[in-house]
Design a protein around this ligand. Structure first.
Ligand code: PLP
Length: 444
Protein backbone atom coordinates (compact mmCIF):
# COMPACT_ATOMS: atom_id res chain seq x y z
CA UNK A 1 0.00 0.00 0.00
CA UNK A 2 1.27 3.45 -0.86
CA UNK A 3 1.11 6.05 1.90
CA UNK A 4 1.51 8.78 -0.66
CA UNK A 5 -1.80 10.60 -1.07
CA UNK A 6 -2.08 10.17 -4.81
CA UNK A 7 -4.73 12.00 -6.78
CA UNK A 8 -6.54 8.77 -7.67
CA UNK A 9 -6.59 6.59 -4.55
CA UNK A 10 -7.62 3.47 -6.47
CA UNK A 11 -5.39 3.84 -9.49
CA UNK A 12 -1.78 4.31 -8.48
CA UNK A 13 0.78 5.20 -11.13
CA UNK A 14 3.88 3.02 -11.57
CA UNK A 15 7.02 4.30 -9.88
CA UNK A 16 9.26 6.26 -12.22
CA UNK A 17 12.96 5.60 -11.80
CA UNK A 18 14.82 7.34 -14.59
CA UNK A 19 14.63 10.08 -17.16
CA UNK A 20 16.81 10.62 -20.21
CA UNK A 21 16.19 12.87 -23.22
CA UNK A 22 12.55 12.60 -24.29
CA UNK A 23 11.92 9.41 -22.30
CA UNK A 24 10.89 8.48 -18.77
CA UNK A 25 11.30 4.93 -17.42
CA UNK A 26 9.37 3.01 -14.79
CA UNK A 27 10.73 0.52 -12.24
CA UNK A 28 10.26 -2.34 -14.73
CA UNK A 29 12.42 -0.51 -17.24
CA UNK A 30 9.53 0.34 -19.56
CA UNK A 31 10.18 3.52 -21.57
CA UNK A 32 7.54 6.20 -22.05
CA UNK A 33 7.85 9.02 -24.55
CA UNK A 34 7.15 12.18 -22.53
CA UNK A 35 4.76 13.49 -25.18
CA UNK A 36 3.20 16.20 -23.05
CA UNK A 37 6.34 17.10 -21.11
CA UNK A 38 4.37 16.22 -17.96
CA UNK A 39 1.95 19.07 -18.39
CA UNK A 40 3.99 21.28 -20.73
CA UNK A 41 6.84 21.37 -18.24
CA UNK A 42 9.81 19.37 -19.55
CA UNK A 43 10.76 21.59 -22.47
CA UNK A 44 14.40 20.47 -22.40
CA UNK A 45 13.69 16.80 -21.80
CA UNK A 46 15.26 14.86 -18.96
CA UNK A 47 18.82 14.66 -17.65
CA UNK A 48 20.13 17.84 -19.26
CA UNK A 49 23.70 18.14 -17.86
CA UNK A 50 23.84 21.96 -18.14
CA UNK A 51 20.79 22.43 -15.96
CA UNK A 52 21.88 19.76 -13.50
CA UNK A 53 25.35 21.33 -13.15
CA UNK A 54 23.88 24.79 -12.57
CA UNK A 55 21.74 23.35 -9.77
CA UNK A 56 24.68 21.46 -8.25
CA UNK A 57 26.85 24.59 -8.24
CA UNK A 58 24.16 26.59 -6.50
CA UNK A 59 23.63 23.83 -3.94
CA UNK A 60 27.35 23.91 -3.21
CA UNK A 61 27.45 27.68 -2.75
CA UNK A 62 24.11 28.59 -1.12
CA UNK A 63 21.15 26.26 -1.42
CA UNK A 64 18.69 28.59 0.25
CA UNK A 65 18.39 31.98 1.86
CA UNK A 66 15.11 33.59 2.86
CA UNK A 67 14.60 36.67 0.69
CA UNK A 68 13.50 38.57 3.77
CA UNK A 69 17.20 38.55 4.69
CA UNK A 70 19.29 37.89 1.58
CA UNK A 71 18.78 38.02 -2.17
CA UNK A 72 20.74 35.86 -4.59
CA UNK A 73 22.64 36.39 -7.81
CA UNK A 74 20.73 33.73 -9.78
CA UNK A 75 17.45 35.53 -8.95
CA UNK A 76 18.93 38.87 -10.11
CA UNK A 77 20.32 37.38 -13.31
CA UNK A 78 17.16 35.45 -14.11
CA UNK A 79 14.98 38.53 -13.61
CA UNK A 80 17.25 40.52 -15.97
CA UNK A 81 17.13 37.80 -18.60
CA UNK A 82 13.35 37.43 -18.42
CA UNK A 83 12.82 41.19 -18.67
CA UNK A 84 15.17 41.30 -21.70
CA UNK A 85 12.84 38.91 -23.53
CA UNK A 86 9.49 39.94 -22.06
CA UNK A 87 6.81 41.93 -23.89
CA UNK A 88 7.36 45.71 -23.71
CA UNK A 89 6.67 47.28 -20.37
CA UNK A 90 7.09 44.21 -18.17
CA UNK A 91 10.12 45.17 -16.13
CA UNK A 92 9.87 43.59 -12.70
CA UNK A 93 9.75 39.94 -11.69
CA UNK A 94 8.27 38.39 -8.56
CA UNK A 95 9.47 34.80 -8.14
CA UNK A 96 7.27 32.03 -6.73
CA UNK A 97 7.29 28.23 -6.75
CA UNK A 98 4.67 27.36 -9.37
CA UNK A 99 1.80 28.41 -11.58
CA UNK A 100 -1.01 28.77 -9.04
CA UNK A 101 1.22 30.88 -6.82
CA UNK A 102 2.10 33.07 -9.81
CA UNK A 103 -1.60 33.67 -10.46
CA UNK A 104 -2.27 34.46 -6.79
CA UNK A 105 0.57 36.99 -6.81
CA UNK A 106 -0.83 38.53 -10.01
CA UNK A 107 -4.25 39.04 -8.42
CA UNK A 108 -2.77 40.59 -5.29
CA UNK A 109 -0.46 42.84 -7.31
CA UNK A 110 -3.45 44.10 -9.29
CA UNK A 111 -5.49 44.74 -6.17
CA UNK A 112 -2.65 46.46 -4.33
CA UNK A 113 -1.91 48.63 -7.37
CA UNK A 114 -5.43 50.08 -7.31
CA UNK A 115 -5.22 50.66 -3.56
CA UNK A 116 -1.92 52.50 -4.01
CA UNK A 117 -3.30 54.76 -6.74
CA UNK A 118 -6.44 55.56 -4.75
CA UNK A 119 -9.02 53.44 -6.57
CA UNK A 120 -10.05 51.04 -3.79
CA UNK A 121 -13.41 50.35 -5.43
CA UNK A 122 -11.68 48.33 -8.16
CA UNK A 123 -11.78 44.73 -6.98
CA UNK A 124 -13.76 42.79 -9.60
CA UNK A 125 -12.14 40.26 -11.88
CA UNK A 126 -13.28 39.04 -15.27
CA UNK A 127 -11.94 35.80 -16.77
CA UNK A 128 -13.17 33.29 -19.35
CA UNK A 129 -15.20 30.11 -19.30
CA UNK A 130 -13.38 26.83 -20.00
CA UNK A 131 -10.12 28.23 -18.62
CA UNK A 132 -7.73 26.92 -15.98
CA UNK A 133 -5.53 29.15 -13.86
CA UNK A 134 -4.56 26.86 -10.98
CA UNK A 135 -5.94 24.99 -8.01
CA UNK A 136 -5.42 27.37 -5.07
CA UNK A 137 -8.66 29.08 -4.10
CA UNK A 138 -7.95 32.43 -5.77
CA UNK A 139 -6.71 30.86 -8.98
CA UNK A 140 -9.55 28.32 -8.96
CA UNK A 141 -12.08 31.15 -8.64
CA UNK A 142 -10.57 32.85 -11.67
CA UNK A 143 -10.63 29.64 -13.72
CA UNK A 144 -13.76 28.89 -15.65
CA UNK A 145 -13.52 25.13 -15.57
CA UNK A 146 -16.91 24.07 -14.26
CA UNK A 147 -16.12 20.61 -12.87
CA UNK A 148 -13.02 21.73 -11.00
CA UNK A 149 -14.85 24.65 -9.39
CA UNK A 150 -18.09 22.95 -8.45
CA UNK A 151 -17.12 21.16 -5.19
CA UNK A 152 -15.41 24.27 -3.85
CA UNK A 153 -17.89 26.86 -5.11
CA UNK A 154 -18.86 28.11 -1.61
CA UNK A 155 -15.19 28.92 -0.95
CA UNK A 156 -14.57 30.86 -4.15
CA UNK A 157 -14.64 34.63 -4.62
CA UNK A 158 -17.04 35.97 -7.18
CA UNK A 159 -15.47 36.22 -10.65
CA UNK A 160 -17.29 36.98 -13.93
CA UNK A 161 -16.69 34.62 -16.82
CA UNK A 162 -17.11 35.59 -20.45
CA UNK A 163 -16.77 33.39 -23.55
CA UNK A 164 -13.36 32.03 -24.53
CA UNK A 165 -12.04 32.54 -28.05
CA UNK A 166 -12.81 29.07 -29.39
CA UNK A 167 -13.19 29.34 -33.12
CA UNK A 168 -13.67 25.65 -33.89
CA UNK A 169 -16.90 25.54 -31.91
CA UNK A 170 -18.15 29.08 -31.60
CA UNK A 171 -17.56 30.92 -34.87
CA UNK A 172 -20.82 31.34 -36.75
CA UNK A 173 -20.94 30.26 -40.39
CA UNK A 174 -21.69 33.82 -41.52
CA UNK A 175 -18.71 35.33 -39.64
CA UNK A 176 -15.08 35.76 -40.67
CA UNK A 177 -12.43 34.75 -38.12
CA UNK A 178 -11.71 38.37 -37.51
CA UNK A 179 -15.39 39.30 -36.97
CA UNK A 180 -15.71 36.39 -34.60
CA UNK A 181 -12.66 37.52 -32.61
CA UNK A 182 -14.03 41.04 -32.29
CA UNK A 183 -17.46 39.77 -31.24
CA UNK A 184 -16.14 37.61 -28.41
CA UNK A 185 -13.60 40.22 -27.32
CA UNK A 186 -16.43 42.75 -27.10
CA UNK A 187 -18.03 40.56 -24.44
CA UNK A 188 -15.34 41.97 -22.16
CA UNK A 189 -16.58 45.49 -22.75
CA UNK A 190 -20.19 44.46 -22.11
CA UNK A 191 -19.20 42.81 -18.84
CA UNK A 192 -17.16 45.83 -17.69
CA UNK A 193 -20.17 48.06 -18.41
CA UNK A 194 -22.46 45.68 -16.54
CA UNK A 195 -20.21 45.52 -13.47
CA UNK A 196 -19.46 49.25 -13.44
CA UNK A 197 -16.54 50.89 -15.22
CA UNK A 198 -14.88 51.93 -11.96
CA UNK A 199 -15.29 48.51 -10.32
CA UNK A 200 -13.22 46.19 -12.47
CA UNK A 201 -9.62 45.47 -11.54
CA UNK A 202 -8.40 42.93 -14.09
CA UNK A 203 -9.14 40.64 -17.00
CA UNK A 204 -7.32 37.30 -16.93
CA UNK A 205 -6.74 35.01 -19.93
CA UNK A 206 -4.31 32.48 -21.36
CA UNK A 207 -2.96 33.54 -24.79
CA UNK A 208 -3.17 29.89 -25.86
CA UNK A 209 -5.57 27.84 -23.74
CA UNK A 210 -3.96 24.63 -22.54
CA UNK A 211 -5.33 22.31 -19.90
CA UNK A 212 -9.03 22.81 -20.49
CA UNK A 213 -9.22 22.96 -24.26
CA UNK A 214 -6.07 21.46 -25.74
CA UNK A 215 -3.94 24.25 -27.23
CA UNK A 216 -6.46 26.76 -28.54
CA UNK A 217 -4.87 30.02 -29.75
CA UNK A 218 -7.07 33.09 -30.10
CA UNK A 219 -7.89 34.29 -33.62
CA UNK A 220 -5.87 37.18 -35.00
CA UNK A 221 -6.91 40.53 -33.59
CA UNK A 222 -8.73 39.15 -30.55
CA UNK A 223 -6.09 40.13 -27.99
CA UNK A 224 -5.49 43.51 -29.65
CA UNK A 225 -9.18 44.30 -29.13
CA UNK A 226 -8.95 42.99 -25.54
CA UNK A 227 -5.98 45.28 -24.90
CA UNK A 228 -7.91 48.22 -26.36
CA UNK A 229 -10.90 47.56 -24.09
CA UNK A 230 -8.67 47.21 -21.00
CA UNK A 231 -7.00 50.53 -21.85
CA UNK A 232 -10.30 52.29 -22.41
CA UNK A 233 -11.64 51.32 -18.99
CA UNK A 234 -8.37 51.31 -16.99
CA UNK A 235 -8.58 47.55 -16.41
CA UNK A 236 -5.33 45.59 -15.98
CA UNK A 237 -4.65 42.83 -18.49
CA UNK A 238 -3.21 39.71 -16.84
CA UNK A 239 -1.98 37.10 -19.30
CA UNK A 240 -1.44 33.65 -17.84
CA UNK A 241 1.47 32.03 -19.68
CA UNK A 242 2.05 29.37 -17.06
CA UNK A 243 1.51 26.67 -19.66
CA UNK A 244 1.99 28.37 -23.02
CA UNK A 245 5.00 30.51 -22.07
CA UNK A 246 8.75 29.86 -22.05
CA UNK A 247 9.07 29.10 -25.73
CA UNK A 248 6.30 26.51 -25.93
CA UNK A 249 4.53 28.36 -28.78
CA UNK A 250 7.71 29.40 -30.62
CA UNK A 251 8.54 32.66 -28.83
CA UNK A 252 9.68 32.91 -25.22
CA UNK A 253 6.46 34.75 -24.36
CA UNK A 254 3.34 33.66 -26.24
CA UNK A 255 1.76 37.14 -26.15
CA UNK A 256 4.45 38.36 -28.54
CA UNK A 257 2.68 36.54 -31.36
CA UNK A 258 -0.61 38.24 -30.51
CA UNK A 259 1.08 41.63 -30.68
CA UNK A 260 0.08 42.71 -27.18
CA UNK A 261 1.82 43.49 -23.91
CA UNK A 262 -0.02 42.67 -20.72
CA UNK A 263 0.27 44.64 -17.48
CA UNK A 264 1.01 41.42 -15.61
CA UNK A 265 2.17 38.06 -16.95
CA UNK A 266 2.47 34.76 -15.12
CA UNK A 267 4.92 32.01 -16.06
CA UNK A 268 5.96 28.68 -14.48
CA UNK A 269 6.20 25.10 -15.83
CA UNK A 270 8.81 25.50 -18.61
CA UNK A 271 10.69 28.08 -16.53
CA UNK A 272 12.12 25.34 -14.33
CA UNK A 273 11.66 22.75 -17.08
CA UNK A 274 10.90 20.22 -14.34
CA UNK A 275 14.37 20.50 -12.78
CA UNK A 276 13.13 22.79 -10.00
CA UNK A 277 9.70 24.12 -9.04
CA UNK A 278 9.66 27.80 -9.99
CA UNK A 279 7.20 30.35 -11.34
CA UNK A 280 7.17 34.09 -11.74
CA UNK A 281 4.84 37.04 -12.02
CA UNK A 282 6.11 39.85 -14.21
CA UNK A 283 4.59 43.30 -13.92
CA UNK A 284 4.75 46.72 -15.51
CA UNK A 285 6.80 49.66 -14.32
CA UNK A 286 3.54 51.48 -13.43
CA UNK A 287 2.48 48.74 -11.03
CA UNK A 288 5.93 48.41 -9.49
CA UNK A 289 6.32 52.19 -9.12
CA UNK A 290 2.87 52.63 -7.58
CA UNK A 291 3.80 50.14 -4.86
CA UNK A 292 7.35 51.46 -4.47
CA UNK A 293 6.30 55.08 -4.07
CA UNK A 294 3.16 54.16 -2.14
CA UNK A 295 3.31 51.77 0.78
CA UNK A 296 6.77 50.63 -0.33
CA UNK A 297 6.19 46.92 0.02
CA UNK A 298 4.18 44.24 -1.73
CA UNK A 299 1.93 42.76 0.90
CA UNK A 300 2.50 39.14 -0.04
CA UNK A 301 5.13 36.44 0.29
CA UNK A 302 5.98 32.78 0.68
CA UNK A 303 8.97 31.14 2.35
CA UNK A 304 10.36 29.93 -0.97
CA UNK A 305 9.95 33.19 -2.94
CA UNK A 306 13.08 33.61 -5.08
CA UNK A 307 14.56 30.29 -3.95
CA UNK A 308 18.22 30.51 -5.06
CA UNK A 309 18.50 26.93 -6.32
CA UNK A 310 15.21 27.18 -8.20
CA UNK A 311 16.37 30.48 -9.71
CA UNK A 312 19.72 28.91 -10.70
CA UNK A 313 17.80 26.20 -12.53
CA UNK A 314 15.48 28.77 -14.16
CA UNK A 315 18.47 30.85 -15.23
CA UNK A 316 20.20 27.88 -16.84
CA UNK A 317 16.94 26.89 -18.58
CA UNK A 318 16.20 30.34 -20.00
CA UNK A 319 19.83 30.80 -21.06
CA UNK A 320 19.71 27.50 -22.88
CA UNK A 321 16.34 28.25 -24.47
CA UNK A 322 17.31 31.70 -25.71
CA UNK A 323 21.05 31.47 -26.33
CA UNK A 324 21.13 27.94 -27.69
CA UNK A 325 18.67 28.74 -30.51
CA UNK A 326 16.27 26.14 -29.13
CA UNK A 327 13.17 28.33 -29.04
CA UNK A 328 13.87 29.44 -32.61
CA UNK A 329 13.26 25.87 -33.78
CA UNK A 330 9.98 25.38 -31.94
CA UNK A 331 7.69 26.86 -34.61
CA UNK A 332 9.13 24.67 -37.37
CA UNK A 333 9.03 21.55 -35.20
CA UNK A 334 5.46 22.36 -34.21
CA UNK A 335 4.42 22.70 -37.83
CA UNK A 336 6.06 19.38 -38.57
CA UNK A 337 4.15 17.75 -35.72
CA UNK A 338 0.84 19.22 -36.89
CA UNK A 339 1.57 18.11 -40.49
CA UNK A 340 2.20 14.57 -39.26
CA UNK A 341 -1.01 14.68 -37.23
CA UNK A 342 -2.94 15.89 -40.28
CA UNK A 343 -1.52 13.02 -42.34
CA UNK A 344 -2.51 10.49 -39.68
CA UNK A 345 -5.79 11.91 -38.41
CA UNK A 346 -6.87 14.51 -41.01
CA UNK A 347 -9.63 12.22 -42.32
CA UNK A 348 -10.31 10.37 -39.08
CA UNK A 349 -14.08 10.29 -38.41
CA UNK A 350 -13.56 11.07 -34.71
CA UNK A 351 -10.96 13.82 -34.96
CA UNK A 352 -12.74 17.14 -35.36
CA UNK A 353 -9.87 19.59 -35.02
CA UNK A 354 -6.07 19.63 -35.02
CA UNK A 355 -4.75 22.90 -33.66
CA UNK A 356 -2.10 24.71 -31.69
CA UNK A 357 0.94 26.91 -31.92
CA UNK A 358 4.55 25.78 -31.82
CA UNK A 359 5.02 22.56 -29.87
CA UNK A 360 1.74 23.17 -28.05
CA UNK A 361 -0.67 21.06 -30.03
CA UNK A 362 -4.18 19.73 -29.44
CA UNK A 363 -6.59 17.30 -31.07
CA UNK A 364 -10.30 17.46 -30.36
CA UNK A 365 -12.24 14.23 -30.61
CA UNK A 366 -15.88 14.13 -31.70
CA UNK A 367 -18.63 11.58 -32.22
CA UNK A 368 -19.29 13.07 -35.65
CA UNK A 369 -17.10 15.42 -37.69
CA UNK A 370 -19.90 17.20 -39.52
CA UNK A 371 -22.11 17.99 -36.56
CA UNK A 372 -19.12 18.25 -34.15
CA UNK A 373 -21.22 16.30 -31.65
CA UNK A 374 -19.22 15.55 -28.52
CA UNK A 375 -18.54 11.97 -27.53
CA UNK A 376 -20.93 10.69 -24.87
CA UNK A 377 -19.12 11.64 -21.62
CA UNK A 378 -20.11 8.29 -20.07
CA UNK A 379 -17.69 6.64 -22.54
CA UNK A 380 -14.84 8.34 -20.67
CA UNK A 381 -13.00 8.65 -23.97
CA UNK A 382 -10.16 10.75 -22.62
CA UNK A 383 -9.49 8.50 -19.62
CA UNK A 384 -9.41 5.49 -21.95
CA UNK A 385 -7.06 7.35 -24.27
CA UNK A 386 -4.69 8.16 -21.45
CA UNK A 387 -4.53 4.47 -20.47
CA UNK A 388 -4.17 3.22 -24.04
CA UNK A 389 -1.42 5.75 -24.80
CA UNK A 390 0.39 4.84 -21.60
CA UNK A 391 0.25 1.16 -22.56
CA UNK A 392 1.68 2.09 -25.95
CA UNK A 393 4.53 3.93 -24.21
CA UNK A 394 3.30 7.48 -24.67
CA UNK A 395 2.58 9.99 -21.94
CA UNK A 396 0.11 12.52 -23.29
CA UNK A 397 -2.43 14.80 -21.65
CA UNK A 398 -6.01 13.87 -22.50
CA UNK A 399 -8.71 16.04 -20.95
CA UNK A 400 -12.39 16.09 -21.38
CA UNK A 401 -15.82 15.94 -19.98
CA UNK A 402 -18.50 18.15 -21.34
CA UNK A 403 -18.01 21.73 -20.23
CA UNK A 404 -20.75 24.23 -20.98
CA UNK A 405 -22.39 21.46 -22.99
CA UNK A 406 -19.82 21.85 -25.73
CA UNK A 407 -16.19 21.11 -25.12
CA UNK A 408 -15.70 17.40 -25.42
CA UNK A 409 -12.61 15.24 -25.39
CA UNK A 410 -9.22 16.42 -26.43
CA UNK A 411 -5.58 15.54 -26.03
CA UNK A 412 -2.73 17.96 -25.47
CA UNK A 413 0.69 17.22 -26.93
CA UNK A 414 3.67 19.20 -25.70
CA UNK A 415 6.81 17.22 -26.49
CA UNK A 416 10.24 18.47 -25.38
CA UNK A 417 11.82 21.06 -27.71
CA UNK A 418 14.78 18.71 -28.18
CA UNK A 419 12.52 16.26 -30.06
CA UNK A 420 13.95 15.28 -33.43
CA UNK A 421 12.04 14.27 -36.58
CA UNK A 422 11.87 10.60 -35.64
CA UNK A 423 10.67 11.51 -32.14
CA UNK A 424 7.73 13.47 -33.54
CA UNK A 425 6.91 10.51 -35.78
CA UNK A 426 7.02 8.26 -32.72
CA UNK A 427 4.55 10.48 -30.84
CA UNK A 428 2.10 10.37 -33.73
CA UNK A 429 2.39 6.63 -34.32
CA UNK A 430 1.93 5.83 -30.62
CA UNK A 431 -1.03 8.18 -30.40
CA UNK A 432 -2.50 6.50 -33.45
CA UNK A 433 -2.21 3.06 -31.80
CA UNK A 434 -3.98 4.43 -28.72
CA UNK A 435 -6.78 6.15 -30.67
CA UNK A 436 -7.38 2.98 -32.73
CA UNK A 437 -7.66 0.91 -29.57
CA UNK A 438 -10.10 3.27 -27.88
CA UNK A 439 -12.35 3.78 -30.91
CA UNK A 440 -12.40 0.01 -31.53
CA UNK A 441 -13.22 -0.72 -27.85
CA UNK A 442 -16.07 1.79 -27.99
CA UNK A 443 -17.31 0.47 -31.35
CA UNK A 444 -16.96 3.94 -32.90
N1 PLP B 1 -2.22 28.59 -15.12
C1 PLP B 1 -2.28 27.79 -16.20
C2 PLP B 1 -2.60 28.38 -17.52
C3 PLP B 1 -2.05 26.43 -16.07
O1 PLP B 1 -2.13 25.63 -17.14
C4 PLP B 1 -1.74 25.91 -14.79
C5 PLP B 1 -1.48 24.46 -14.62
O2 PLP B 1 -1.76 23.65 -15.45
C6 PLP B 1 -1.68 26.78 -13.70
C7 PLP B 1 -1.92 28.12 -13.89
C8 PLP B 1 -1.35 26.25 -12.33
O3 PLP B 1 -0.02 25.90 -12.27
P1 PLP B 1 0.51 24.91 -11.13
O4 PLP B 1 -0.08 23.57 -11.42
O5 PLP B 1 2.01 24.96 -11.29
O6 PLP B 1 0.08 25.47 -9.82
Amino acid sequence: MSRVFHRHSNKLPPIGTKGGGVYLYDADGKAYFDGSGGAAVSCLGHGDPDIINAIKQQLDSMAFAHTGFLGSQPAEDLADLLVDHAPDGLEHVYFVSGGSEAVEAALKLARQYFLEIGQPERSKIIARRQSYHGNTLGALAVGGNAWRREPFAPLLMNVSHIAPCYEYRDRRADETSSDYGQRVANELEQEILRLGTDQVMAFVAEPVVGATMGAVPAVEGYFKRIREICDTYGVLLILDEVMCGMGRTGTLFAAEQDGVSPDICTIAKGLGAGYQPIGATLCSVEIFDAIKTGSGFFQHGHTYVGHPTACAAGLAVVQKLTQGGIVDQVSAKGKQLRDLLHQEFGQHPNVGDIRGRGLFVGLEFVADRDSKAVIDPSHKFNARLKTAAFEAGLICYPMGGTIDGKNGDHVLLAPPFISEDHHLEEVVSKLSIAVSKVTADLGM
